[in-house]
Ligand binder design. Sequence first.
Ligand code: FA5
Length: 340
Amino acid sequence: MIKKLVELQEKAKTEIMAVKTMHNLNEVKSLYLGKKSPLQEVLTQMKDLTVEEKKEMGIAINAFKQAVEEFVLVKRDLLQKDLINEKLEKEAIDISLPGVKFKDANYHPLELVTREIEEIFIGMGYNIAVGPEVELDLYNFEMLNLPAGHPAREMQDSFYINPTTLLRTHTSPVQARTMLENKNKPIQIICPGKVYRRDDDDATHSHQFMQVEGLVLGSNVSMADLKGTLEYLLKKMFGGDRVIRFRPSYFPFTEPSVEVDVSCFKCNGKGCALCKQNGWIEILGAGMVHPNVLKMAGYDPEVFQGFAFGIGIERVAMLKYGIDDIRNFYTNDIRFLRQF
Ligand code: FA5
């Protein structure tokens, strides 16, 4: 009988090790240890044995049961490992696959032009100044030689917060603020920023737009320096493609005053709807700082002279990128913005 048990144990081992699934393993286990297993047959034959033989047989049966349980445990462990490996293989991530490309945001064209202008002026030794968009009448008009009732105020009507405070109509108030801060010291600054006017919107005008102010004060600054500076800027911005012209003009805060036009990119100077048939697009106003402005800010006009300018950033961007309607800058059309 013991021999039979040893054979049975070997058979159980072979069968258990050959199973492929957990389900089969449980089936084979009950085949050898369950109620219908060959073990039952051995047990029924035990009644014919002597006490001594029964004792020996009992030990052998327990050893058999233990051995089969152990084979099952080992196999269960192996099957579980197989399952985990199979899962890992199936769920493996191929890190060599290229990722999904994320669309980066890009700078707004007005920001690009502002940065380019800043870089050109920083290269010439200028500092960047800032000023508030909600401004006092005092700086926006009074200290720029535009007292209350001056007819030139009409050209720059604004949005008033109260009778003495308004949204600035140009970046020129930063001239007065910078002069007050730097009293009697030379100045060389530019100031980019937003400005507001009660202008009717059309292809080249907006009620909110951007300017870059420039102010240079020293003991030996002339109109020739102004012209050279602006020509250098425009050459850098537009290369040799565009023709530039200086035209006499009038601003109460500069004397003499000029306006600078660039040949229209759309008609190349022939005249079209964009340039209102005159072939030129005005981009900036400039001039030599008026002695009254210097005096009001505490500078002695006998010692200091200087020039100032105010560039329309949208107009520069339009000429640079060939944009034929200023309103494109503000409508946030992603198809337009992605081109820069
Ligand atoms: C002025 O604003 C003066 N402060 C410029 C100045 C500064 C002159 C320093 C002398 C010394 P003007 O109103 O011409 O000037 O505006 C300057 C530029 O801003 C224009 O040449 C144009 O490029 C731009 N601009 C003016 N109005 C608008 C508008 N409604 N929409 C878009 N751009 C405008």
